[in-house]
Ligand binder design. Structure first.
Ligand SMILES: [Cu+2]
Length: 100
């Protein structure tokens, strides 16, 4: 026979699970930023920019568009900062600025 009533232990476990689910994003927020990379002059440039950004600890996703001359970066803001992302493209030879 199945009972719909939860035991106290099940309720407690559910509450702890909820608390964990809600507290995690408060500690580490994923941010997406668009960097304008005007120095890309050929189809190979985006690869260099993408590689440089991907190497930064905390970067989760990088999409570089040669046509738009921009890089869309998704990163964990508890592990890296905008400054570090910009420095990474600069060090690779492609200075960038944050697109508003
Ligand atoms: Cu190039």
């Amino acid at each position: 026979m199945k009972s719909k009533a939860w035991t106290q232990a099940q309720k407690l476990a559910a509450l702890i699970g909820l608390a964990a689910a809600f507290s995690a994003p408060a500690l580490a927020a994923t941010q997406t930023v668009t960097l304008s990379v005007s120095g890309m002059t050929c189809a190979a440039c985006p690869l260099t920019v993408k590689k440089a950004l991907s190497k930064v600890v905390g970067v989760e996703k990088v999409e570089v568009s040669f046509e738009k001359r921009e890089a869309v970066v998704t990163f964990d803001d508890s592990k890296t900062t905008l400054e570090k992302l910009i420095r990474a493209t600069e060090n690779a030879g492609y200075p960038s600025t944050v697109k508003p």
